[in-house]
Design a binder for this molecule. Structure first.
Ligand SMILES: Nc1ncnc2c1ncn2[C@@H]1O[C@H](COP(=O)(O)OP(=O)(O)OP(=O)(O)O)[C@@H](O)[C@H]1O
Length: 237
């Protein structure tokens, strides 16, 4: 689903964020992208989301060579990728409904279908009934879940997240991670950048570790996941 083939990313200031990086993520896989601050995690995700383009090498996403997607086709390309940010980037002067509906409005979907899909997305993150609230009336964890609902409302086959639990306490982090896992269980390919050691410990999925823009470790076979009830049990002192 995602393939990096000898990819380099150099920013205009000369900073090389990714260096000769090759990576494969199969359809339906879930993985953590780990590494210290500055290792290149966000840069790698930005290449997938086509927020940045590679300087050299190929990035293939869902069979498409990202480097050759013309500017006019970027919105259509991005519809297949749900992106979750640490600061969730919600519009504070709009309702939760409007925030989640935005990608669908841009895609030209009809009003009735939008209502249906927004409610389904809210249901998936456990926030059905909060449509008319504004983001600041919600807790930080709930706002993050709205961010996830917005990312998945277009039913993308790929979900990428950049430090999605950065502002959350351990219990809320587990909750958010369980939401990602449920999407993965229905076939969505999920890649999560995180240096939340607690979270990494609790979810023994594939880890891709970056250092200085290179992959230094990547265990290919995902291990069996713990069941959510046991995860919460483990949290108790
Ligand atoms: N737009 C940019 N222009 C110039 N340099 C950049 C830009 N974005 C990132 N960099 C540089 O690229 C390197 C990798 O940054 P990146 O944000 O990808 O790392 P990261 O692993 O996500 O870090 P963090 O965990 O702190 O978010 C860093 O040295 C950073 O300073």
């Amino acid at each position: 689903m995602i393939r990096f083939d000898h990819v380099f990313k150099r920013y205009p200031n000369g900073r090389e964020a990714l260096s000769d990086l090759s990576l494969e993520l199969a359809s339906g896989e879930i993985a953590f992208l780990t590494g210290h601050s500055g290792a290149g995690k966000s840069s790698l995700l930005k290449l997938i989301a086509l927020i940045e383009r590679p300087s050299r090498g190929q990035v293939i996403v869902n069979g498409q060579n990202v480097g050759s997607v013309p500017r006019s086709k970027i919105p259509a390309y991005r519809r297949q990728i749900g992106v979750v940010f640490q600061d969730h980037k919600l519009l504070h002067d709009r309702t939760i409904f409007d925030n989640i509906a935005l990608p669908l409005i841009i895609a030209g979907i009809g009003t009735k279908e939008i209502g249906k899909r927004v409610r389904a997305a809210l249901d998936q993150v456990g926030l059905l009934g909060r449509e008319q609230s504004r983001p600041l009336e919600l807790s930080t964890g709930e706002q993050q879940r709205v961010g996830i609902a917005r990312a998945v409302v277009s039913k993308p086959p790929i979900l990428i997240a950049d430090e999605p639990t950065g502002n959350l306490d351990p219990d809320l982090s587990l909750e958010v991670m369980n939401i990602f896992r449920r999407f993965n269980e229905v076939g969505v390919t999920v890649l999560i950048a995180s240096h939340d050691l607690y979270l990494l410990e609790q979810f023994p999925v594939r880890r891709i570790r970056l250092e200085g823009g290179k992959i230094v470790d990547s265990d290919e076979a995902p291990q069996k996941l713990l069941d959510p009830a046991r995860l919460m049990e483990n949290r108790k002192p």
